[in-house]
Design a protein around this ligand. Structure first.
Ligand SMILES: [Zn+2]
Length: 411
């Protein structure tokens, strides 16, 4: 209960540079909200519906309710439902010409007082579906026909089914689907529903990015070895490239970044903090190293008297003194953890300007960041990281890297 309380109340969002707290209702976009909303509605229903004998049937799907009530009692019931909570206000739509839509079902009352069902489409429905020529996996095109056919078969009374299927055929033809493709999928769906196989069995589902024939081949290969189903994520759509209604959170996100040296070698790194903070650290680390080096050189030229005087063997003791400052130490520990600092120490004539640093990709997720960092390191022919062997990043199975590297852009 305590966790639930935290999940519901830690509910902030930013708008126009300001941070707001949502004070009313379930958190927007939270996976917990539909569950809470459903519990609330169930509470409302169990306390109100049983009070009325005039309600003959009551069904609800999320926020859509269907009810058959005694004529004349609609307003009293509606008022009662609306009094339950000021934020939950119902509106009512009565049947018109003995017809009423509910979700995507068109209900009609017949003269002998039975109810018939067929598919309902909103007047604003455009008939636009995924175009057959679209760059998508064939299974996604199949599923467009399957979903429409399945809905028709499940919802329509027999007398309306052929009319609905013809409507689907016409609309899909307009979206570029070949008629033989449509008909064969409709037959598959009819058989599936008749045989009662329409409830898909629970098998693991693997989601792959769709990249044309490569994905098809990979899927065939994996399907033979793994007993799972496959889903595909298509590439970015033009709409998502052109506009994004969501406010950009920051122009300084965590992710994978690069630092280019004057010798054109590239350092690829990743950070969970704003990337410029990490880049500043690289520069500070280098400044510290330069300062230490200058100090060491200064000491070499002018060894401190005290140490020489307090020792019986001045020569060797002086050498130990330099050891302490790391002159003979492994240069990796001397330079801290960064390949950048080490590279600059080893090549004093090289330099790095802040303008030559950039974010390659923002990525807040830990595993994804590590994975991509390693891909970019492997991709870059000029990378400092592998050459200096300070931190090579996570190890990727060669099966994946050989497949993914040709698709990875250079950092
Ligand atoms: Zn360099």
């Amino acid at each position: 209960m305590k966790l639930l309380h935290i999940a519901i109340n830690s509910n902030y969002f930013s708008w126009n540079g300001q941070i707001y707290k949502q004070t009313e209702g379930c958190p927007m976009g939270s996976p917990i909200s539909p569950i809470i909303a459903n519990l609330f509605m169930q509470n409302l229903e169990t306390s109100i519906i049983p009070r009325y004998d005039q309600i003959f049937l009551y069904r609800r799907y999320f926020d859509d309710c269907l009810s058959i009530v005694k004529q004349g009692s609609e307003e009293i019931i509606l008022t009662s439902l609306n009094e339950f909570h000021p934020s939950i206000q119902f509106t009512m739509e009565k049947e018109c010409d003995k017809q009423l839509p509910f979700l995507d079902i068109h209900l009609s009352r017949t003269t002998n007082e039975t109810i018939t069902k067929k598919v309902y489409r909103k007047p604003t429905h455009t008939g636009r579906y995924l175009n057959y020529k679209s760059y998508h996996h064939i299974s996604q095109k199949m599923s467009v026909v399957d979903a429409l056919a399945y809905r028709a078969i499940k919802i329509c009374d027999e007398e309306f089914l052929e009319e609905e299927l013809n409507h689907i055929r016409g609309q899909l033809r307009q979206n570029g689907f070949p008629i033989c493709f449509i008909n064969s999928r409709i037959e598959v769906m009819k058989t599936r529903v008749n045989q009662g196989k329409d409830d898909e069995e629970e098998v693991p589902r693997l989601i792959l990015p769709f990249m044309g024939p490569l994905t098809t081949r990979l899927t065939q290969y994996l399907r033979r070895r793994l007993g799972c189903k496959f889903g595909f994520i298509p590439g970015r759509k033009i709409g998502s490239i052109l506009c994004n209604a969501k406010e950009k959170q920051t122009d300084n996100p965590p992710g994978i970044y690069k630092i280019i040296c004057s010798c054109k070698k590239i350092y690829v790194g990743e950070t969970k903090r704003p990337y410029t903070v990490r880049i500043d650290e690289h520069f500070k680390e280098n400044e510290n190293n330069v300062r230490k080096k200058m100090k060491r050189e200064e000491l070499k030229k002018n060894p401190p008297d005290r140490i020489l005087r307090s020792n019986s063997q001045p020569k060797s003791q002086t050498a130990n003194f330099y050891d302490y400052f790391g002159e003979n130490e492994d240069s990796q520990s001397q330079c801290g953890s960064s390949g950048v600092a080490k590279h600059l120490m080893d090549n004093p004539s090289h330099n790095i300007q802040k303008d030559n640093t950039a974010l390659i990709e923002s990525e807040p997720r830990y595993f994804h960041r590590k994975f991509k960092e390693r891909l970019y390191i492997s991709k870059s022919k000029n990378a400092m990281n592998p050459a200096f062997n300070i931190r090579r990043g996570m190890v990727i199975n060669p099966t994946w890297s050989s497949l993914l590297l040709p698709l990875t852009r250079s950092p």
